[in-house]
Design a protein around this ligand. Structure first.
Ligand SMILES: [Zn+2]
Length: 180
């Protein structure tokens, strides 16, 4: 598919994707990128967790396995990766909208839980495997994820700043009182 690089360029620079992007399967483009060398797209760090198999691998030690709704398979299928901490072995985060959920019960349906706690997640609204996305959908998914990462990073920075300024203000007041 020789037009591929040109297409990538065009779609990166277009706000409204054309009809080709709407119909073209994403495999055509991501496949092309990796044809020229022997690298496998599934091991590319940036794209790794877009794939079900790689998300599934993170669920080692997941407390729910058999006879329940939230098995590693259904969790990974709903976009989750396992992000346990020392005190919470059952934290899972959607790789796409970064929503973290814990306190899972065996009968919880990951897809339903995901939808109800993060209704605007683009991945869960697509209901498709990454391999079946159109180019337009794939780029939108990437764009939405980056937007969420940026806004999360900004909020964290703002919170840190507010905390620091609160502390500084308290210090100033204390110094002023001591001087009186
Ligand atoms: Zn999500």
């Amino acid at each position: 598919f020789r037009k591929c690089n040109a297409l990538k360029f065009v779609h990166r620079n277009l706000k409204t994707p054309c009809s080709i992007a709407k119909k073209l399967n994403v495999n055509t483009i991501i496949g092309q990128k990796y044809n020229s060398n022997t690298m496998d797209i599934r091991s590319d760090e940036d794209l790794k967790m877009y794939f079900y198999e790689n998300r599934l691998k993170t669920f080692e030690g997941w407390p729910f396995d058999e006879d329940c709704a939230c098995t590693p398979e259904s969790m990974a299928n709903a976009g989750f990766i396992h992000t346990p901490s020392e005190n919470s072995p059952d934290i899972a985060m959607c790789f796409f909208c970064l929503k973290e959920l814990e306190g899972w019960e065996p009968e919880d349906d990951p897809e339903k839980e995901h939808k109800s706690h993060s209704p605007s997640c683009y991945f869960i609204s697509l209901k498709k495997k990454i391999e079946d996305l159109t180019v337009e959908e794939f780029f939108k998914l990437q764009r939405e994820r980056r937007k969420i990462i940026i806004s999360k990073t900004c909020n964290e920075a703002i919170n840190k700043f507010e905390e620091a300024s609160k502390k500084r203000r308290a210090d100033i007041i204390k110094t002023a009182m001591d001087e009186e």
